[in-house]
Design a protein around this ligand. Sequence first.
Ligand code: 4AD
Ligand code: MG
Length: 459
Amino acid sequence: MRTRIKEILERGAKSAPCSFSGWVRSVRASKEICFIVLNDGSTIDGIQVVAESGLPNFTDICRIGTGTALTVAGTLVESPASGQKWELAAGSIEIIGGADAAFPLQKKRHSFEYLRTIAHLRPRTNTFGAVFRLRSRLAQAIHRFFSEESFLYVHTPIITASDCEGAGELFRVSTLDAAEPPMLEGQPDFSQDFFGQKTGLTVSGQLEGELFALAFGDIYTFGPTFRAENSNTARHASEFWMIEPEMAFANLADDADLAEKFVRYLCRFALDECADDMAFFDKHIENGLIERIGKVADADFARMEYTEAIDRLQKSGAAFAYPVEWGLDLQTEHERYITEQIVGGPVFILNYPKDIKAFYMRQNDDGRTVAAMDLLVPKIGEIIGGSQREERLDRLESRMVELGITQEPLWWYLDSRRWGSCPHAGFGLGFERLVMYLSGMENIRDVIPFPRTPRHCEF
Ligand code: 4AD
Ligand code: MG
C-alpha cells in the first residue's frame, strides 16, 4: 500500500522506511547522484528523493522527464539542504509511466490563461493543486456546517420545467430532432418531446427547496446549476455550483444571520484546516490573504439598505461606467465600491427595488421594494443572493400577473401557499465565488475543474 506524502511529512522520522507514488515535478541528475522532487497531490509539498548511482536502474532514472509517474521506497532522513526538512534516500525507484519532453508542464511558471488550455493537466501544478484541495475541503465543510445546524440535505432536480429566476437563461433539454422538430403553429411541438413539455437544466434549486423547507423546517441544497447567460466575465460560469439553504418561520434578518454565520464558519475552516494551501495562496496569489480572511472570520458583517447604498454611491463623487440611480441594479463596479471603499469588508445590501428582483421575493409594505438581500465582499462583489419569500398567496399571484408569469405550470409552488404557508427565507451562495474569495484567485475559470463558459466546453 502506498503512503501519501502528506502523511509521510507529518509523521517525519517516524515514517523512516516508507514507500510512495507520485509524479515528478523536477529532476536534477549528475554522474553520481540524482535529485527528484515528487508530488502526489495530497499536499502542496513534494518530497525530494535522492537516488545514488548504486541503484540498479540509475541510468534510466537519470533520464526520466518531468511528469513521470514513479513508485519510490526508501528511508526518510533529515535533509541537509535548505528549503525542506526531510528527504528520501531511495532504496528503489520503479518507473511506472514515462513522460517525454513534450509534457507541457516543464517550466516552473505558466500563465493561468495558458493552463486553461490544458485543463486536463493543470491539476498537476502547485496552484491548481492548492485550489482543488481547498475546493474539496470546503465542499465537505459546507455539509459539516449544515449537519451541525441540523439542516436537511435535499437533492433538488437538475432537469426542470421552471425558470426559477425568470431570466430566461435555461439551457434546453430535448430529444427532439434538432434539424426537423415536429412543428405546431410555427413552433417546435414540445408536447412530443421526451417529457411531454419544454424542459431545461435548472438555474436554481430554490423553488423545490422551499417545498421541503415547508415540511422539514430547515433544509439546504448543494448542486450544479446552469445558466445560458452570454456574459464573459471573470465571475460568471455557465455551469456552477450553488448552496441554497431555506428556513421556515424565518424572515430577512434571520436569513442574513445564517449567511453571516455560514461565511464566517467557512473562513475559519479554510484558515484552520487548509493552512498549507492558504499559506501558498498568501505567498503566491494574494499577499495579505490570510490576514484578510482572518478579519472576516472575526468581524460582524455590515448591513445597509439598498436606498442608502444608492445615496452613498451618488455622493461618493466616484466615476462609474454604469449609471447609479434608485431603481437600477447594482453593477459589479458599484458593488465593489460599496464593499471596498465605503464599508471596507463584507456588507449585506437589503430591500432592493421589486422591479429588478425575482417574482418570489416578499413585497415590502412600501409597495416598491422586496425583502431581498445580497452579500457583497471585496474583490468579488455579490457572493450571495437571497430573500424572504412571498408567502401570501394573493400577493404572489398578483405579482406573477404583473410580471406576465404563467401560473399554471407553477401550480405546485402556489399550492405551498395554499395550505400551511408561513414566512420563510433562504439564499444562494455561489460555490466558485466562495473559492475565489478564499483563495484570492481572480477568475472563476481557475477555481472550477473544467469550466463551461460561452463557446468553451472542450474538456
Ligand atoms: O443571485 P442568484 O441568481 O440567486 C438565486 O439563484 C436564488 N434562487 C438563490 C436563493 O435565494 N436560494 O444566485 C445566487 C448566487 C450569486 O450570489 C452568485 O454567487 C452565484 O449564485 N452565481 C453565479 N456564480 C457563477 N456564475 C454565474 N453565472 C452565477 N450566477 C449566480
Ligand atoms: Mg443575484
